[in-house]
Design a protein around this ligand. Structure first.
Ligand code: SIN
Length: 463
């Protein structure tokens, strides 16, 4: 069995670095150290934890260019997006540096004069995170920052495709003064490390961003020791364009949500559901804009769409496009590839499909790629039916200037995140998370620190 993870540049297939895979013994030792640090870290006062987090954020910003370049090298995303992700990553640290100081309890009026009731919060213990390759910095800090702010030690296993960014962020946390046993990383395959994490009695919480099948497995395994779980799983976001929508604005926002990170995000619009009276105009314009996007190496200054992460991701996207075409879809833009299996790079040009129907795989499964399938609707009820017809419930978008239409869609869409005339609803200050098989719990906002806290209630009697 290989002892190294080979990190490759997805834009060229070239080897970037070889990273040591940690043995089971080493991972258990890291877990033990994390566990032992809990006593000390949970007693560090909230203002000091906040100060250390702010230091971490500042130091990351001082290394912004280095980290952005590392991210483009291992993930492929355009350098401008990597720079944006460094800011997005530190925004979580900044937010939770503040929230650390607002972990309040409360007093509850007692039912007799002789009692006092006090409710307090305490950190849950050691947290283990498994993070994805699509946002190697922000998905790590979105978990680490609230854990550390709450007083929990943190151990992360980054995706095998993109461990370097995470490893560097952990080093910078140590430089910032966060103790080396309080934040750690380990490397290895998801299934091996995941099992070590879930079976450890020392770990009190598993937080995971990734696919729904892996999330289900982690939930099952975590049940053995009744761990807390936060699961940010797959999505299949609908984007509804009502008849009255401002078309130019809707197209601009659709472009932003659909083609960010080459369509490799959980919240990417995956099914575009357009009123039949405007579908022609919308589709043509979207195809025109999609064709203008520059696809290439993320280090080229004018690149807007980088490579697909690997062959597996590429084959899935191509299979969905081919299935759609076979079942009657028409290609308005894209369906062009620059791929070399030997070398190990895979690019897909932004693709727009029309004449799409519900039998196509692309309407049933997450694509994780730059493909925009357009289906039409007549009535709002029909649009909602199409939108909700999935086990997923992460993000949904709709475009309308009519408040009744907007209110109806908001009330009826079964999604945790909804953008009304907004294709970019993410942020450190909002509760990010999904309904149904898209996950459990929320990350970000005031809600995002709660999953790292236990509620303890004290009843004082005989007063
Ligand atoms: C994701 O794709 O999981 C995260 C996207 C975001 O935070 O906007």
């Amino acid at each position: 069995m290989s002892k190294e993870i080979i990190v490759k540049n997805p834009a060229t297939g070239e080897i970037v670095k070889e990273v040591k895979i940690n043995s089971e013994e080493e991972i258990n030792e890291a877990i033990k150290q994390g566990h032992d640090s809990f006593k000390k870290w949970s007693k560090v006062n909230a203002h000091e934890r906040s100060r250390l987090l702010s230091n971490w954020s500042r130091i990351i910003q001082e290394h912004k260019e280095e980290i952005a370049e590392m991210m483009t090298l291992e993930n492929g995303k355009p350098l401008s997006e990597s720079r944006g992700e460094v800011d997005y990553a530190t925004s979580y640290i900044d937010w939770y540096a503040e929230e650390a100081k607002r972990i309040y309890g409360r007093t509850v009026p007692a039912s007799t004069e002789t009692k006092r009731i006090i409710v307090s919060k305490q950190p849950i213990g050691l947290v283990a995170a498994i993070t994805p390759w699509n946002f190697p910095a922000a998905m790590m800090t979105r978990k680490a920052a609230p854990a550390l702010a709450a007083g929990c030690p943190f151990i992360v296993k980054p995706a095998v495709e993109t461990p370097l960014t995470t490893m560097r962020l952990v080093e910078l946390a140590h430089e910032a003064g966060i103790p080396t046993d309080v934040i750690q990383y380990v490397n290895g395959s998801g299934s091996v490390v995941g099992r070590i994490f879930t079976s450890s009695e020392y770990i009190r919480k598993i937080t995971f961003t990734g696919s729904t099948p892996v999330g289900k497995q982690l939930i099952k395994e975590s049940a053995e020791t009744v761990k807390h779980v936060t699961m940010e799983l797959g999505g299949h976001a609908p984007l509804i364009v009502a008849e009255d929508a401002d078309l130019d604005f809707a197209i601009k926002q659709t472009m932003a949500t659909k083609f960010r990170n080459a369509g490799q995000t959980c919240v990417c619009a995956n099914r575009i559901i357009v009123h039949e009276n405007i579908a022609d105009a919308f589709s043509k314009k979207l195809a025109e804009e999609a064709s203008k996007l520059k696809v290439g190496n993320g280090f080229d200054q004018d690149t807007q769409v980088g490579p697909i992460i690997n062959e597996k991701g590429f084959s899935k996207i191509v299979a969905q496009i081919e299935d759609a075409i076979e079942k009657g879809a028409e290609v308005l833009a894209g369906n062009q590839y620059k791929a070399d299996k030997e070398a190990g790079y895979f690019f897909i040009h932004p693709t727009v499909l029309i004449n799409v129907n519900l039998d196509m795989v692309i309407m049933q499964e997450e694509t994780f790629g730059p493909v925009a399938p357009i289906i039409t609707f007549k009535t709002l009820e029909e649009a909602v039916e199409i939108a909700n017809n999935t086990p997923f419930g992460l993000a949904a978008y709709f475009f309308t200037n009519n408040y009744k239409t907007g209110t109806y869609l908001h009330d009826h869409l079964d999604y945790g995140i909804i953008g009304w005339n907004d294709g970019a609803p993410s942020g450190a200050h909002i509760p990010f998370g999904g309904m149904k098989e898209s996950g459990l719990g929320r990350e970000g906002g005031v809600e995002g620190i709660e999953p790292y806290l236990e509620t303890k209630y004290l009843s004082v009697g005989n007063l």
